[in-house]
Design a binder for this molecule. Structure first.
Ligand code: PXG
Length: 455
């Protein structure tokens, strides 16, 4: 156990010895990080005793909230029985087999098998290698190209960041790697121009057809997409988008990968975003909510169509991680799924608390700073604008968003800013009272942001 130190002491040590992920180092050196010390339910407690409502569920993952004793006990039991063993060389462990069969029962129809990883990024690296291997097994090794979307997030490893469509990430380290192409995202608010949302959705879906045709269908391996883009700014596509994409996919022999790292495990009010949009993925990367973030675990759910080719024709698949299916992570994930299911949290997100959150969130649209509110189930966004009808921003650098985010933290609320888009993804255990607290704090912070912007 670490010893008690003052916030200033923690910050000095952090500055001297830690490099944080996704961090502007010079800015953090000047300011010092927030020190989060403990958490319970939906609240975080910092080192100075401030209480903060966590409307991001950590980083989109603590679906069951903090401090669930059953998850702690599951980890400690498994630690004592078998803290580690690997799955290489024809071995398996009970928690991994148990979790695999639970996942197969929960996942959309044909996804009956799972390859475990330590994270969502590793899951997408696995997707890239598995899909290319699949086509090679079928005698079509030239089918290599992945089509993804601008502003998608698929992780931070080389393949994950390449599959993702984040331009600032691509600029660091010479990405994307070859064989990955990006098409338009279905982000009507920012990119829809004068088109009606549904016309824009169909236009964006047609970009997929055009790109497949221009690459040549014989070279295209897969289309990868988040059902709702998360890190890109909770981009809920127009209603027309997914039905139109499904039509395009039906016309070609390419695989469809639904990245469920954020949408999975109840976020949309259904078990998976693919259930919400009635998608039929061939592969489905998962992570985050799989263990409610208590321990790192991810994986790729694989359809019978793909798995049977790998099994019958694939020979050895030269891929895997020391911590693929770590038994303690698997035991915690397994207990997490059991609790999500037996306590009805996903159904509650879909039928009770999700609709309440969405209803109250929409009220924020009346605020002079808010150009749009949107969301599904337990994930939502609002757009900060200078001019509502023109959908215009304050500036191009997202300074209004950063200002609003900092004011939120100062006022006891974690909400994330993606540019000038404010986003939330609260734990599924939010009550109506938590939603009310979120809305009133957000309202207050929007007022403070507006005041600061006018000053
Ligand atoms: N796919 C999706 C859809 C994700 O959202 C990953 C893959 C990668 O997962 P790992 O476990 O490797 O992080 C993610 C992760 C943010 C933020 O700022 C979002 C993620 C990660 C870090 C920051 O919103 N999503």
């Amino acid at each position: 156990m670490h010893q008690a130190r003052s916030t200033v002491q923690w910050q000095a040590m952090e500055k001297a010895h830690h490099l944080a992920p996704f961090c502007h180092y010079q800015q953090l050196q000047a300011k010092g990080p927030r020190i989060i010390k403990s958490a319970k339910g939906v609240y975080l407690y910092d080192n100075d005793g401030n209480v903060i409502l966590d409307a991001m569920a950590g980083l989109w993952c603590v679906n069951l909230g903090y401090g669930r004793q059953e998850l702690i006990d599951a980890a400690s039991r498994q630690m004592a029985e078998l803290p580690y063993y690997n799955l290489f060389f024809q071995t398996a462990t009970p928690p991994v087999i148990e979790l695999s069969s639970q996942l197969a029962a929960l996942a959309p129809a044909a996804l009956n098998r799972v390859f475990f990883t330590g994270s969502g990024s590793e899951a997408n690296d696995t997707v890239l290698r598995m899909v290319r291997h699949y086509w090679a097994c079928l005698g079509q090794p030239q089918k290599q190209v992945f089509i993804s979307r601008h502003n998608a997030y698929h992780g931070s490893t080389v393949a994950g960041a390449s599959l993702g469509g984040m331009a600032p990430m691509h600029r660091q380290g010479g990405l994307p790697i070859p064989g990955i192409e990006h098409i338009a995202q279905p982000y009507w608010f920012a990119e829809g121009g004068d088109m009606a949302p549904d016309d824009f959705g169909i236009w964006a879906a047609e970009q997929l057809r055009e790109r497949i045709d221009s690459i040549g269908p014989e070279k295209v391996a897969a289309f990868i997409a988040e059902p709702i883009q998360g890190a890109g700014g909770v981009i809920v596509p127009p209603d027309s988008y997914w039905p139109a994409v499904k039509k395009v996919l039906a016309d070609y022999d390419i695989l469809f990968v639904a990245d469920e790292v954020i949408c999975g495990f109840g976020r949309t009010g259904r078990w998976f975003g693919s259930d919400y949009y009635d998608l039929k993925p061939d592969l489905m990367p998962i992570a985050k909510g799989l263990s409610s973030g208590y321990l790192p675990i991810g994986g790729v759910m694989v359809s019978d169509k793909v798995a049977l080719v790998l099994i019958e024709r694939g020979g050895e698949f030269y891929h895997g991680f020391t911590y693929s299916g770590h038994p303690v992570c698997a035991a915690v994930a397994s207990e997490n799924l059991r609790l999500l299911d037996s306590e009805g949290w996903v159904e509650r997100a879909g039928k009770q608390i999700g609709p309440y959150l969405q209803k109250r969130w929409r009220e924020l649209a009346e605020h002079p700073l808010v150009g749009e509110t949107r969301g599904v189930g337990m994930v939502a966004a609002l757009e900060l604008v200078k001019d509502k009808s023109a959908r215009s921003r304050f500036d191009s650098k997202g300074s209004a968003g950063a200002l609003c985010r900092d004011l939120c933290v100062e006022n006891g609320l974690i909400m994330r800013a993606v540019g000038d888009t404010m986003i939330i993804s609260p734990p599924l255990i939010f009550t109506e009272a938590h939603v009310d607290e979120l809305i009133s704090k957000t309202h207050r912070c929007l007022d403070l942001t507006l005041k600061a912007l006018r000053a």
